[in-house]
Design a protein around this ligand. Structure first.
Ligand code: ITT
Length: 203
């Protein structure tokens, strides 16, 4: 059984591989299909972008596909950077520049509460798709700390912890992260979808 992960973000792909493993499941990714153009993420919600990525990859490859659309919502910034998290500080994408912009924008903020959100979309080869979501509450630290993870991990302190996501061991992050939670729900959803759409089950 083959599942295409509809991402060209290697950090995300590594996390998805670490969390979403099932017996006899061969995980490939958008990197294995260079002829398929990048999906334009023009949706205004995580759900719309996740569905677009999953359905595009599934129908183009004829395989089941899983897409992750995720980001950080900061309360004092009215939910920014949100769906625009990847390119918060513009092009070319730079995690460092994103974190510096975020810390600068929060310099005078009293409230540093935030959450990571992740929507996972699963699409059958014919384009029948569903979504599940996971989130992780926390606060934005005063400076970048830690070498692990990616993106906003050095500035995000999950609720109940003093370390940032970048300072936690990967397994500790996955146990509480938005992506870990969404992917565990996605494993259940996929089981249900396979029962409902047996015609899409590959030979
Ligand atoms: P694909 O669309 O190819 O999957 P992308 O990086 O463009 O890759 P998104 O549009 O979903 O993916 O943007 C997600 C951004 O949100 C990501 O680039 C990070 O800046 C941030 N992000 C998401 N999950 C994160 C995590 O676990 N830790 C830190 N930052 C995260």
């Amino acid at each position: 059984m083959k599942l295409v992960i509809a991402t060209r973000n290697r950090h995300k792909l590594d996390e998805i591989r670490a969390i979403f493993h099932q017996p006899a499941l061969e995980i490939v990714s958008a990197f294995d299909f260079p002829e398929i153009p990048d999906v334009v993420e023009d949706g205004t919600t995580f759900e719309a972008n996740a569905l677009k990525k999953a359905v595009t990859l599934a129908t183009a490859t004829g395989c089941w596909a899983l897409a992750d659309d995720s980001g950080l919502e900061v309360d004092a910034l009215s939910g920014e950077p949100g769906v625009y998290s990847a390119r918060y500080a513009g092009e070319p994408v730079s995690y460092k520049a994103n974190n510096e912009k975020l810390l600068a924008n929060l310099e005078v903020a009293g409230d540093r509460t935030a959450r990571f959100r992740c929507v996972i979309a699963l699409s059958s080869p014919s384009g029948v798709a569903r979504t599940v979501e996971g989130s992780c509450e926390g606060t934005i630290g005063l400076e970048e700390r830690g070498e692990g993870g990616f993106g906003y991990d050095p500035v995000f302190i999950p609720e109940g912890h003093t370390l940032t996501f970048a300072e936690l061991e990967p397994e500790a992050k996955h146990a509480i992260s938005h992506r870990g939670r969404a992917l565990r729900a996605a494993a259940e959803l996929w089981g249900a979808m396979l029962e409902q759409h047996p015609a899409d089950w590959p030979e």
